[in-house]
Write a protein that binds this ligand. Structure first.
Ligand SMILES: NC(=O)c1ccc[n+]([C@@H]2O[C@H](COP(=O)([O-])OP(=O)(O)OC[C@H]3O[C@@H](n4cnc5c(N)ncnc54)[C@H](O)[C@@H]3O)[C@@H](O)[C@H]2O)c1
Length: 271
């Protein structure tokens, strides 16, 4: 991952791989080209799953697929803009065709641009809501019939601490993540009878391309990591590998009775 500033408070995390946990399982990972989605996809393949990456960024997706394949993982990639129903339906149909079935959906595709509310416009609102929330709807709406035919499945939505918190400069993002939180809970109730579990993960600050712009601001870093009163009690920012364990737990049979949960991965920020 590209480093932007010297960050002594970020530390590498070595995932605790559970070999074979996902053998025979197929996962679709939207936003799998980079950041949290890419780390989740890599770990899923390391634990035996076959993975389909679905992302709008073809170049980054190819780089991630190469990395997974060189690591010995089974991966396919399908270009897809989650904002567009036709592309989503085509992607999901193709994923089911080439892999045989779909057991797991990880919806990690997302965008985030901080803008003061009085400077927001309709285009920012649409881009954010269409990707983060409508995208989640379109992808799950398309995947779920395959899971019903399969007799069950697991949906994991990458929500945010902002599902709960009205962070300033983030009105469209907060609205999208608040909506995603309740979409996930609604699906838990409606799809539970089909053996489909629906949960979400709420990352706090995780170092990725999406969060890089924030790291250029000393005031931001000071707010979160000020040694006297850090907003993140663990005193560091997260890395994508911090999120993979919770996501894989929710996707796995270890969470067989966990449905409708939101698992915060924020170093205690919302504690
Ligand atoms: N990084 C954080 O601090 C943080 C915190 C809370 C929640 N999240 C959430 O985690 C998820 C992943 O974010 P990240 O930090 O890994 O960001 P990222 O920018 O590294 O990755 C996001 C991925 O989504 C893809 N994407 C964007 N728009 C798309 C579209 N229309 N169709 C298909 N793919 C699209 C991008 O190409 C990219 O590969 C997002 O939903 C984000 O809101 C991130």
């Amino acid at each position: 991952m590209k480093e932007t500033v010297d960050m002594p408070h970020t530390q590498a995390v070595e995932p605790n791989i559970i070999p074979g946990r996902f053998l025979g399982r197929v996962a679709v990972v939207t936003g799998g080209a980079q950041g949290i989605g890419a780390a989740v996809a890599l770990r899923l393949t390391r634990e035996g799953a076959r993975v389909v990456l679905a992302d709008i960024d073809g170049q980054a997706m190819q780089a991630t697929a190469r990395k997974i394949a060189m690591d010995g993982g089974c991966v396919e990639l399908i270009a897809c803009d989650v904002r567009r129903r036709c592309e989503v339906e085509e992607m999901v149909g193709h994923a089911a065709d080439i892999m045989g079935h779909i057991d797991i959906l990880i919806h990690s595709a997302g965008v985030c641009r901080p803008v003061a509310f009085i400077e927001t416009d309709e285009s920012l609102w649409n881009e954010t809501l269409d990707t983060n929330l409508k995208g989640a709807y379109l992808v799950s709406r398309s995947v779920v019939p395959h899971m019903i035919r399969r007799g069950g499945g697991s949906l994991v939505f990458i929500a945010s601490t902002n599902s709960y918190e009205g962070e300033m400069m983030q009105a469209p993002y907060n609205a999208s993540k608040g909506g995603l939180y309740l979409l996930s809970k609604t699906l838990a109730r409606e799809l539970g009878p089909y053996g489909i579990r629906s949960n979400s993960v709420g990352p706090g600050f995780i170092r990725t391309r999406l969060s890089e712009p924030f790291l250029r601001e000393a005031a931001f870093i000071n707010k979160y990591l000020n040694p006297d009163d850090p907003a993140i009690p663990l005193g560091r920012f997260g890395v994508p590998e911090d999120v993979t364990g919770p996501v894989l737990f929710l996707a796995s049979d270890d969470a067989a009775f966990v449905n409708g949960a939101m698992l915060l991965v924020d170093g205690g920020q919302l504690a």
